[in-house]
Design a binder for this molecule. Structure first.
Ligand SMILES: Cc1cc2nc3c(=O)[nH]c(=O)nc-3n(C[C@H](O)[C@H](O)[C@H](O)COP(=O)(O)O)c2cc1C
Length: 178
């Protein structure tokens, strides 16, 4: 059984993360979900709370029942931390060392395996700033997943589509080779 943190940022592919959480829980893994404020505009925490069978962490400063500092305790117990979908914004923030919400603060405190699953419009994906940020994350040991090509939610056709969720589950559960 793995302890998996799923970080969700505000992209249209958010709804696909529900399948990922559901599949991981059904396979017997413990899942903690952290959502950015913008992710909650796409899908509500209730969906992820129900599927993860666990309280969703949606606000860094919300009162908690336990004495511990949540972003540190969650980071410590995680075997793997996955940001899915990872927006251009959250990729830029993580690469730039910004920790201004629960997702970016917890991933900064995490020393476990970290996976970034980007999803965005093709022009955003091809923006050299985004590509530089992804290169930077790879250099720091983050596993940056490929994107698929195809028809995007905005109607454009090209790269930047979230990798198939089944494939992402497979990668999460695969032991990192090094
Ligand atoms: C309908 C809609 C769809 C969006 N989809 C994406 C997306 O797929 N990828 C992305 O990087 N940003 C997308 N955005 C923009 C992000 O929501 C925006 O950059 C936001 O600041 C991200 O915040 P977060 O990274 O803190 O969650 C979308 C915005 C809207 C309104």
């Amino acid at each position: 059984m793995k302890s998996i943190v799923i970080g969700i940022s505000g992209g249209i592919a958010c709804y696909k993360t529900a399948e990922i959480v559901n599949a991981l829980v059904k396979k017997g893994h413990h899942v903690d979900v952290i959502m950015t404020a913008n992710a909650q505009k796409f899908v509500t925490p209730l969906t992820f709370q129900t599927l993860s069978q666990n309280k969703v962490i949606a606000d860094m400063f919300a009162p908690v029942d336990t004495w511990d500092v949540q972003h540190i305790s969650i980071a410590k117990k995680a075997d793997v931390f996955v940001v899915v979908p990872a927006t251009a914004n959250v990729i830029g923030k993580i690469a730039g060392g910004i920790a201004d919400d629960m997702l970016t603060t917890t991933i900064m405190a995490a020393t476990c395996r970290k996976i970034i699953a980007p999803a965005m419009n093709t022009a955003m994906w091809e923006n050299p700033i985004v590509q530089d940020n992804l290169r930077k994350l790879r250099n720091y040991g983050y596993e940056v997943l490929d994107t698929d090509s195809g028809r995007l939610a905005c109607g454009d056709i090209g790269a930047g589509k979230l990798l198939q969720w089944e494939k992402i589950v497979e990668i999460i559960l695969k032991e990192k080779e090094n």
